[in-house]
Design a protein around this ligand. Structure first.
Ligand SMILES: Cc1cc2nc3c(=O)[nH]c(=O)nc-3n(C[C@H](O)[C@H](O)[C@H](O)COP(=O)(O)O)c2cc1C
Length: 415
């Protein structure tokens, strides 16, 4: 009976435990969590989502306050196009977050950063270039291009001195998306070092429509693998989404995966950024408490707990402080939905917006409880205390469980 530890992820001469903890935006996958993955010989992710906010929390910087001060005059204006990110400050915050994390790194593993294209920040190309370059400057081991097709992302950093030495990977949910990326990046003469294939059971945004349930991760992995073999391309494949036990992982490894990426099981560890009371909500959830909906202004479906405070909240858009989802024209689908409700309910102090949510504010406040499909099984991964609460785990415990377990077993923590 094989264990995940019987396999290795190879990047050149480096050998790693083939377990990658996926990026979980706005500091749910904290530096502490990524550092643990690296210490244990695997791959951890930090995320650059809302990096100025994350830096303010971690290092007591004042980026958000300063930006709000600058644009305060615009708060009541439905037109958010004047709200721009200062590229110098963005680079500074990214370097701080990445640099301090890499300085603290111990062990044989690696730390990558999850960089979402959908954080368009009212200047998609310019801000993405700064985010990618600053992460490379600050010594990140690798970059995972996420939430978007990233057709021009390699070109944005092809002149960076680390373009060929850092590990660069992409998340896709279909063969077609991978083919498009490879075609558009071919000019840079560089293949991705790894491809994360994210299936329909993952947490966060999904690379599928609302018909996500018709897709199956193993089938997509097999399809991509067969195509790469036919094209004589050797790129490590890393399936993700619904891989809940070490045995699930081994199953993918036996079908040619180079590693697996997981996240949901790490939402209930001490090193995760979610507050303890939110972690209890994850533990308590049943299958019927989880939904895929379209409240994210990005246009991608997203999976979350139905009782997330973000759903139905009608707070005023907070773009002057944040504004990470403003598109190239300074629009966000939440602003439109909010203004529609305000116009429909004149004189009311509070409105409810059901169809979209202010994702920046709610992710920042840990009020959008995104999770993988199997979050309802988290209660089976721990012990319940006499007061009815569930014991939070450690990253090491969950990591080792994936690494060494067999027979679909899940190791419980010491009572
Ligand atoms: C709480 C949470 C937040 C996530 N945020 C992001 C994100 O910011 N960017 C991203 O590319 N994927 C994100 N994901 C997806 C994970 O990185 C990962 O690929 C996926 O959830 C793996 O499936 P699993 O959760 O079933 O193990 C998130 C997942 C969770 C559970």
């Amino acid at each position: 009976m094989k264990r995940l530890d019987d396999f290795r992820l190879r990047f050149g001469k480096r050998e790693l435990v083939p377990l990658m903890i996926g990026g979980m935006g706005v500091d749910i996958s904290t530096a502490e969590l990524a550092l643990e993955a690296a210490r244990l010989g695997g791959v951890g992710h930090i995320s650059d989502a809302m990096v100025k906010t994350v830096s303010d929390r971690r290092f007591d910087t004042k980026y958000v306050k300063e930006k709000l001060k600058l644009y305060k005059y615009n708060v009541a204006n439905p037109d958010k196009s004047p709200v721009q990110f200062n590229l110098g400050k963005l680079a500074e915050a990214t370097k701080l977050h990445v640099g301090k994390t890499m300085e603290a790194k111990r062990g044989d593993g690696m730390i990558f950063i999850n960089t979402m294209e959908k954080l368009t920040m009212n200047a998609p190309k310019e801000t993405l270039k700064v985010r990618l370059s600053a992460a490379l400057d600050a010594g990140i081991d690798g970059i995972t291009l996420a939430a978007g097709l990233h057709l021009g992302s390699f070109a944005l950093i092809e002149d960076h001195p680390r373009f060929r030495d850092a590990r660069l990977g992409i998340i896709v949910s279909s063969l077609r998306a991978l083919q498009l990326f490879l075609r558009k990046s071919a000019r840079t003469g560089r293949l991705p070092d790894y491809v994360v294939i994210e299936g329909p059971l993952a947490g966060g945004h999904l690379g599928f429509g609302m018909d996500w349930a018709q897709y199956d991760l193993a089938t997509i992995v097999a399809e991509i693998r067969a195509w790469l073999v036919a094209e004589h391309l050797d790129i490590p494949l890393i399936p993700a989404g619904g891989i809940f036990t070490g045995s699930d992982a081994v199953n993918f490894m036996e079908h040619g995966a180079a590693a697996v990426q997981v996240a949901t099981r790490f939402t209930v560890v001490r090193e995760c950024g979610l507050p303890p009371e939110v972690q209890q909500e994850y533990f308590k959830s049943g299958e019927q408490d989880i939904e895929v909906n379209t409240v994210s202004p990005t246009g991608y479906p997203m999976r979350m707990l139905k009782n997330s405070p973000a759903i139905g909240s009608g707070i005023r858009p907070n773009c002057e402080a944040y504004g990470y989802l403003l598109d190239a024209n300074g629009n966000c689908a939440y602003i439109n939905a909010y203004n529609r409700e305000v116009a429909a309910h004149p004189g009311e102090r509070k409105v409810s917006v059901r169809d979209k949510t202010c994702l920046c504010t709610h992710m920042r406040n840990f009020d959008c409880w995104t999770c993988g499909h199997y979050a309802y099984r988290l209660k089976d991964t721990t012990v319940r205390r006499d007061d009815g609460t569930y014991a939070v785990l450690t990253a090491e415990h969950v990591f080792r469980d994936y690494q060494f377990s067999t027979d679909n077993k899940i190791a419980l923590p010491q009572a």
